[in-house]
Design a binder for this molecule. Structure first.
Ligand code: HEC
Ligand code: HEC
Ligand code: HEC
Ligand code: HEC
Length: 258
């Protein structure tokens, strides 16, 4: 009995001294690429599962650690086509209207990112992705975050109304907000409508979709669009909106200005 306990203690000590209590319960995995915790996090200095698995990166979110992972590739494609960068920085590119996703590795658990994409907060569009696609997106976000050195002293982004009253009375809310939403640098989220697309970052290179001739949106383009959307896109459902020149420049300034 004493001998057995001694052997057991000896083995555990070796495992822990080698830094991997994980191997007490698991087969070696991707060993040539480093320690278990370098990809899965967790705590390798214990053989108690609940402590060992604390903050664990589960297998489905661990693909981001692998170079040229097809899961990451598919996720990156979805990031492009869905225009996540209208609002987020990810992989060092994008607008800073919402959380910088390159901080995801520090800020959130992968499952937390998954849950937000699945059930988005108010000013993030619901893309109705399948779970498999959300997993790909989370891996792409984590891969982007892993490539990026955290910037020191970055200005934190605050999404708050500068002035609640001013925000309520602004031109976007009164002329566009019944059908559209937008995230602005100055006033946070504006509008309540989901009939039209979310117009965050409209004039940035990260806004998805096309304008005629595949030109990016510009203030000239928007002016023409508002005057007569059908002239730009024959089958569009949006009706013309009449704005005075003053209202139009105020709209540009408050919504898409800095
Ligand atoms: C005491 C035994 C024990 C230890 C120690 C342990 N595990 Fe596990 N691990 C398990 C068991 C059992 C499962 C399967 C059930 C589960 O998911 O909880 C598992 C599952 C996993 C999974 C798959 C989970 C998923 O959902 O993808 C990963 C990854 C994993 N462990 C990594 C680790 C790492 C890394 C360590 C060390 C830091 C570690 N484990 C330490 C017992 C252990
Ligand atoms: C280079 C990153 C990396 C390292 C190091 C690594 N893993 Fe994994 N692990 C992954 C990935 C990615 C997956 C998802 C499936 C796959 O591609 O193997 C995974 C899957 C798993 C699973 C799920 C079961 C399975 O086989 O599908 C377990 C359990 C696991 N790893 C445990 C460990 C343990 C224990 C260690 C240390 C001995 C370890 N991993 C080291 C990246 C890594
Ligand atoms: C219209 C703007 C907008 C777009 C487009 C958008 N998001 Fe978001 N997202 C937000 C807002 C707002 C939040 C809430 C927190 C914040 O202020 O960032 C958020 C939160 C998140 C979070 C949680 C971050 C955390 O720290 O917990 C994830 C993950 C995320 N978004 C991923 C995505 C992905 C992936 C896409 C593209 C498929 C996307 N978002 C598109 C606005 C947007
Ligand atoms: C009554 C509802 C309604 C109002 C009010 C409205 N829109 Fe729209 N808007 C839509 C719909 C629906 C679409 C989608 C049309 C389509 O897919 O062709 C759209 C499309 C757009 C587009 C094209 C976006 C893209 O990705 O293709 C822009 C830009 C736009 N609206 C700007 C505005 C602005 C600015 C205002 C306010 C001055 C406004 N809209 C007011 C319903 C509305």
């Amino acid at each position: 009995m004493t001998i057995l306990a001694g052997v057991f203690f000896f083995q555990v000590t070796i495992a822990l001294a080698g830094g991997s209590g994980c191997l007490k319960c698991h087969q070696p995995n991707h060993q040539e690429r480093g320690a278990c915790v370098s990809c899965h996090r967790g705590n390798s200095r214990t053989d108690r599962i609940e402590i060992a698995h604390h903050n664990l990166v589960p297998a489905k979110f661990a693909h981001f650690t692998m170079e040229a992972s097809p899961v990451v590739k598919r996720g990156e494609k979805l990031v492009e086509t869905s225009g996540c960068r209208r609002c987020h920085v990810t992989g060092a590119k994008g607008n800073r209207l919402a959380t910088n996703l390159d901080k995801a590795l520090v800020l959130a658990r992968p499952q937390g990112l998954f849950d937000t994409i699945k059930r988005p907060v108010l000013f993030m569009p619901d893309f109705c992705f399948k779970e498999e696609h959300i997993t790909e997106l989370v891996n792409a976000i984590l891969a982007g975050a892993a490539r990026v050195e955290p910037e020191a002293g970055e200005i934190p982004l605050v999404i708050h109304f500068e002035d609640e009253k001013e925000a309520k009375e602004n031109d976007f809310v009164s002329h566009c907000g019944t059908c559209h939403r937008v995230l602005t640098a100055r006033f946070g989220g504006l509008g309540k409508g989901d009939i039209g697309p979310n117009l965050s970052g409209l004039f940035s290179e990260h806004y998805p979709g096309i304008y005629y001739d595949k030109e990016p949106w510009s203030s000239e383009g928007l002016k023409k669009w508002l005057k007569n959307p059908r002239e730009v896109r024959k089958k569009t459902q949006m009706a013309p909106i009449r704005l005075t020149p003053d209202e139009f420049s105020r709209l540009l300034e408050t919504v898409w200005g800095n």
